[in-house]
Design a protein around this ligand. Structure first.
Ligand code: FES
Ligand code: FES
Length: 170
């Protein structure tokens, strides 16, 4: 492999990337690999919209340089599930209608997924702690928390609704 190439494993596929070593991973994912799950928000590592999972740990792709990603396993939202076969966490976001504009959701879901990978049944406090630096300007926090709680196997307020009331929420 030429020395100017960096080998990335993204969602299980290998890519040899030629770019400046300090290029943010987010740019490679979105511009070179057409993986638009991770969003550009602040570009400063502060909002979480760009979150991916690197070696099972949540990372902010806007501030991770390409050079730090060689030979590491990267998962983006696209690697988590599909429309027809969503990850249980994604399904929980749909059931709990945990979205308004949706811009923060990539970061919320990938950060929560990293938490569930290391702790399959986190407490409410642990979920809040994990998501505390993911920003949502729409104020969807209550629904997002409920979705992650459900994915972690906890009962949520929705579980106490009647069938008719659940249907009415859709
Ligand atoms: S865009 Fe990466 S943290 Fe905001
Ligand atoms: S749903 Fe709009 S920023 Fe979170």
């Amino acid at each position: 492999m030429p020395s100017n190439l960096v080998r990335l494993t993204v969602n299980g596929a290998i890519h040899d990337i030629a770019a400046a070593p300090d290029t943010p991973l987010l740019y490679i994912l979105r511009n070179d690999l057409a993986l638009n799950g991770p969003k550009f928000g602040c570009g400063l590592g502060e909002c979480g919209a760009c979150t991916v999972i690197i070696d099972n740990v949540a990372a902010r792709a806007c501030v991770v340089p390409l050079s730090a990603c060689a030979q590491r396993s990267i998962m983006t939202l696209e690697g988590l599930g599909t429309r027809d076969g969503p990850d249980p966490l994604q399904a929980a976001f749909v059931v709990h209608q945990a979205a308004q504009c949706g811009y923060c959701l990539n970061g919320m879901i990938m950060t929560a997924k990293a938490l569930l990978l290391r702790n399959p049944r986190p407490s409410e406090q642990e979920i809040k702690q994990a998501l505390r630096y993911n920003l949502c300007r729409c104020g969807t926090h209550v629904e997002i928390l409920a979705a992650v709680m459900a994915a972690a196997g906890h009962a949520t307020a929705r579980d106490h609704l009647s069938e008719a009331d659940r249907d009415a929420t859709h």
